[in-house]
Design a protein around this ligand. Sequence first.
Ligand SMILES: [Mg+2]
Length: 387
Amino acid sequence: MRITDVESIILQHDMDEPLGYSQGYYHQRTAHLVRVHTDEGLFGVGEIFGAGNVAFANQAIVHHVLTPLLIGRNPLDTNAIWHDLYNHLRDHGQKGMPIASISGIDIALWDILGKATGLPLYQLLGGKCREDYPAYGYGMMFQQRDDLEVAYSAEAQRIVELGFTALKMKIGMGIARDTSLATAVKQGAGEGIKLMADANHAYAPGEAICIGKALRDLGFYWFEEPIMPEDYQGYAMVRQALAGLQIAGGEAEWTRFGHRELLTRQCVDILQPEVSATGGISEFMKILAMAHAFGTPVLPHVWGSDVLIALDMHLLAVIPDLPGGLHQFEPMLEYDTTPNLFHSQLLREPLDILEQVKTQQGRVRPPAGPGIGIDLDPDFIDRYRVA
Ligand SMILES: [Mg+2]
């Protein structure tokens, strides 16, 4: 089998209301998909991390740099191709957009492998370590209104009513306001719900420690990206100061080489690689093995279309227990509950996450079809494709 073509597909739609996080507001949703075609008619689907104009820059990397290296190759050579692409780009970017672009290609190659063998991705990766696992409801993003506490509290209540047993909110508005927002979410969620807060690296270590203490007092489970990802020493300092609160991070880290720094410097309690940015499935599995060698649980970051949701559903199934036992740390699926057409309309057969959450006590299970196990809706792609 040989690769004959690589398609990069950028989809966008306007949002009814802008939603924000500590670094800015989104006015549009973007999804950047890739399709790798072969001479046997099989094709694989992948997704590349990067919203807005970043997607167009990644498209140029796919077209001009990666595609010429892929045409004529055997798509089943996943590991060999990964290293060839990485070695080719090493001198031009060991982090960021080049690696995200490789990630989407790698994902598509694994999808081809699954379709060629008739096996679901979880089988190719060594089989399910769990049949199902919880999903957590992502929401409580910034909105342009003064009474954000009221909105956050109502949204937390709504997500719990959907059946989720864990929630994540955005913070990053300063110590006093973050504390007030976290208090509102706790009130809205009620008792027995696992709570997480994500600052998207809004703080320096000193302030992050103050906010972390407030979150800890409120009973929050994890504090995500408290400080900038380049500051490994600061991460270790924040983590040491906040014993009892799990420090999570890693979505802005790249390849095994970047994650090695987070692990050796003892930066995080929970590692969150993003498969569509950090190097794809091939690299995710290496990072997972390395993290477990350090005794650090992996709980993937998920921010993308239903292509990525489906892919992460496989990854969550194959993460081994760490360290093993009857009552284990369970990885959870991150699921964005804010309005998103790439979650509700992109696939011919929807993943039905919300239905699963509602009927299975907040738990979900991976798709069973070959590869990632998804089928894109061509009419939807025609309608929302911008490049
Ligand atoms: Mg995050």
